[in-house]
Design a binder for this molecule. Structure first.
Ligand SMILES: [Zn+2]
Length: 329
């Protein structure tokens, strides 16, 4: 199976006339795993096939191509391939893309998380794929997540304790996915939340698709004191809540599991809440799927993942997009 790179993170399968997560002029169809910017096709002529929430989110984020919604688990078929989307557990709408052709089956994970985010459609995977193309963002064995119940408790108690002691709690998290997951975890507290404007405009899509985000409004500098605030890390240096002197800041990311990050950030609390699976969950997933070949992408450390997969007798390699991958099979 020949695979070419297209766009920032996208792949193009010339033999099938389809691309994933990027536009290619010769692709009849572009399947999009989720609405994070590095996975969205940018070309206006892109015909995107994705879940309905992903298309809604893409349009809110400025996607100008045409979009066709596919239901999870309902295959799209033509004479060259059959594609089925499986819920990826990463953010709302995120899907793994399962491609079946005459010759082989390919699972492209996009970004994924299992156990899944509670602010997503859950996680499900096909039983087997000949070829697995997997992201490996947290590709070192130092990344092992705490149970989700514990992280949920950390989020809630950080908010409650800060407020009780007269501080305004500020959660740092991405505008799409992490922010809404934090809001969903906080929703049972029924406390007012203010979210950064870029994240706010995405919240209606979550609600439309049935995720409870609690009591929230858009960030307002004049009235934000004493509310629970959510914004991306970059917003703080741009003056977000700079008028509030008594605030406490929690950084919410899988990277918070890495102690060396603590010294790089001036925050009060590190909460290792990730929207990706951890290193051991990744290896376990590969074992369970048992592909003939695993290609590792989106990773700073492919060799470490490969080493662990070698130990499980699973053949793997970094996806070298300039060569015909057939030679590796
Ligand atoms: Zn993502």
């Amino acid at each position: 199976m020949k695979i070419q790179k297209t766009g920032y993170h996208g792949l193009y399968f010339p033999g099938l006339g389809l691309s994933v997560d990027g536009y290619h002029p010769q692709a009849d169809y572009t399947f999009v795993s989720h609405a994070h910017a590095d996975h969205m096709p940018r070309n206006r002529s892109a015909k995107a096939m994705a879940t309905a929430p992903t298309i809604d989110l893409m349009q809110k984020r400025g996607f100008k191509g045409s979009g066709k919604a596919l239901k999870l688990g309902e295959p799209f078929e033509n004479e060259r391939f059959k594609v089925t989307l499986y819920p990826a557990g990463h953010i709302l709408g995120s899907a793994m893309i399962f491609i079946e052709s005459e010759k082989e089956t390919i699972l492209y994970t996009g970004d994924y998380r299992t156990p899944p985010s509670p602010a997503s459609e859950g996680f499900e995977s096909p039983d087997h794929a000949d070829i697995l193309i997997t992201e490996a963002t947290f590709s070192l064995p130092i990344y092992r997540w705490k149970p989700h119940d514990e992280l949920q408790e950390e989020v809630r108690s950080f908010a409650l304790q800060s407020l009780e002691e007269g501080y305004t709690p500020v959660f740092l998290g991405y505008n799409l996915g992490k922010a809404q997951e934090i809001m969903h975890l906080l929703a049972p507290l029924n406390l007012p939340v203010q979210i950064h404007g870029a994240g706010y405009k995405l919240c209606s899509v979550y609600e439309k698709h049935g995720i409870d985000l609690g009591r929230y409004s858009a960030y307002d500098r004049q009235s934000c004191e004493g509310k629970i605030l959510i914004c991306p890390s970059s917003a703080l240096s741009n003056g977000f809540a700079s008028n509030i002197s008594k605030k406490r800041i929690a950084y919410c990311s899988g990277w918070a599991a890495n102690e060396s990050r603590r010294t790089q950030l001036t925050v009060d609390k590190m909460i290792p809440l990730s929207d990706h699976l951890d290193f051991f969950e990744l290896i376990e997933f590969c074992k369970k799927l048992s592909p003939r070949k695993t290609y590792i992408t989106h990773t700073p450390n492919p060799d470490v993942v490969k080493h662990y997969l070698d130990k499980e007798n699973l053949e793997s390699g970094f996806l070298d997009l300039d060569t015909d991958t057939k030679t590796h099979l």
